[in-house]
Ligand binder design. Structure first.
Ligand code: HEC
Length: 485
């Protein structure tokens, strides 16, 4: 958390100039409420309740609570800074494209109110003016779960070093097909949990068949082991064809149920549900990071069942590309991915995923008639915030529609997060390696259809580097992914 705070501070310093400019521009359209008249209880608390407390309360992702006057007062100046620079609440979508129901954004009026409160001396006002407190369920954001699945064993994270992704198969105990309306991952120890993904492994799947249930498991990396085998060499040559990442291609892997990462909201569906077939297991992928102090984690998952079997099934899919090689010192390396829908689906959520060198990300759809639409553009991607963007109006995409994602990576020394601009960077789990995944979730009327049947990977558009003097990019690479990371 320390590292992240420091980075956060650096970001504030970097952004503050533009924030000051924005602040001046904003105050021109309507005069701010007179300083001194704006009070915490009457004006500020309602804004904090609706926009900040989901994260700024005990046990949640933010380092401090903003529940009461006493909580907020010491942070007044920081609050002004964070909201005028746009750092808080975290939200990265370019407002030109799309409308999102989970948009975390203050209106200019709300920003003026917070600024005026701080400039006027951050007065409490009269406690009688306070709105009723928001009723949060302690420990959960989805409400009280119908079932809580806890990791049967705790993981001990060392003080230092790289921790490989850990996997754990947890016996599901689902005796009948179960429709899940909401799901949330709760890390046991946020200081060491970087991210968690819970997958559903359907009955009969061979995925991680050699893992002992309830124990931590490191899948063998085909990449390392099969390097010298003739098949692997053959596959290397095939880069450029329609491939999933090599080490994930063999065997079916599960469907993504729910993930945890800073800023990511839990799964919370209204009219649709996720199907967990009877006999399924849950597989956790856990990414721990050493932070200087040893720590222990026991993560839990909460599930809320749908009241009745759903007619509409929600499935997470991905358009990813695992075949890129980002040249050293390239400040704007483009990677594309593309899938074609094999059924008519309704699109509801979008989530870009890259690592430290990720710079920007865009989702576009190309309809069968050739019409193109930009659904989401994240012009300044920030790895610290793994945000999902939920379409305000779910979008029906006819069979044959293509989803194309375009990402740029900054592998130059200008990227403050870049661990090493002199390295060529390829796909990999660790944050100094890269990923390029456009996660998206769709709903389908046919509950039997599998994720793999819904999309076909396509050769993405050609990749070019726009960095002057950079090594020219080679031909389009392999396309990877599916319902996996
Ligand atoms: C999605 C979760 C989330 C929401 C919503 C959120 N915050 Fe934060 N906030 C954080 C986290 C996490 C940090 C820790 C800093 C970091 O790692 O970037 C933080 C840090 C801060 C800081 C510390 C100073 C800084 O810039 O690092 C302030 C002040 C702050 N938030 C104010 C707010 C206010 C005001 C709101 C609502 C208008 C808000 N936050 C909404 C998660 C959130």
């Amino acid at each position: 958390m320390k590292g992240r705070l420091l980075k956060g501070l650096l970001a504030v310093v970097g952004l503050s100039l533009c924030g000051l400019l924005m602040g001046t521009a904003a105050s021109n359209d309507t005069a701010p409420p007179p300083p001194g008249k704006t009070t915490f209880y009457k004006d500020v608390l309602p804004i904090l309740q609706n926009n900040c407390q989901s994260c700024h309360r005990a046990g949640e992702v933010a380092p401090m609570a903003l529940m009461t006057y006493e909580d907020a007062r010491p942070w007044a100046v920081a609050i002004k800074m964070a909201v005028t620079t746009g750092k808080m609440p975290p939200w990265y979508a370019d407002p030109q494209y799309g409308h999102f129901s989970n948009e975390r954004k203050l209106t200019p009026q709300q920003i003026r109110t917070l600024v005026s409160w701080v400039d006027g001396g951050a007065k409490p006002g009269d406690a009688k003016d306070a709105p009723a407190p928001v009723q949060f369920v302690d420990g959960w954001n989805i409400g009280t779960p119908d079932r809580v699945i806890e990791m049967p064993a705790a993981y001990n994270v060392p003080a230092e070093g790289t921790v490989e992704y850990q996997y754990m198969v947890i016996p599901g105990g689902f005796t009948q097909d179960t429709w899940v309306r909401a799901a949330e991952v709760r890390p046991g120890n946020r200081a060491v949990v970087h991210h968690v993904i819970a997958f559903i492994r359907p009955p009969g799947s061979k995925w991680m068949a050699d893992a002992k249930p309830g124990e931590f498991f490191l899948p063998k990396k085909e990449k390392e082991e099969d390097k010298d085998k003739p098949e692997a060499k053959q596959e290397d040559k095939q880069e450029g064809s329609n491939q999933q990442p090599r080490r994930r291609r063999s065997g079916d892997i599960g469907e993504l149920l729910v993930g945890y990462a800073p800023g990511l909201q839990p799964l919370d569906l209204t009219d649709e549900a996720k199907l967990i077939k009877a006999g399924s297991d849950i597989i956790l992928q856990l990414h721990y990071t050493a932070n200087g102090t040893p720590g222990t984690d026991k993560t839990t998952i909460g599930l809320i069942y749908a009241k009745q079997p759903s007619k509409v099934r929600n499935v997470m899919l991905a358009a990813s590309n695992a075949g890129f090689k980002i040249p050293p010192n390239d400040g704007n390396y483009e990677v594309k991915s593309q899938v074609e829908l094999q059924e008519t689906v309704t699109l509801s959520d979008l989530m870009p995923h890259m690592h430290f060198r990720g710079k920007d990300f865009r989702f576009e759809v190309i309809y069968p008639d050739g019409k193109t639409e930009t659904l989401l553009s994240v012009p300044k991607y920030d790895f610290n915030w793994q945000l999902g963007y939920r379409l305000a109006q779910p979008l029906v995409l006819p069979k044959g529609t293509r989803i194309e994602c375009t990402a740029h990576f900054d592998n130059s020394a200008n990227n403050p997060y870049n661990p090493d601009p002199t390295k060529e960077v390829k796909w990999g789990d660790q944050t100094w390696e890269e990923m390029m995944i456009g996660w998206f979730s769709v709903s389908v009327a046919d509950p039997k259809v599998t994720a793999a049947q819904l999309i076909k990977f396509e050769k993405p558009g050609t990749r070019t580097s726009t960095q002057p003097g950079a090594k020219p990019a080679n031909a389009a690479g392999s396309v990877g992914g599916g319902s996996q990371q």
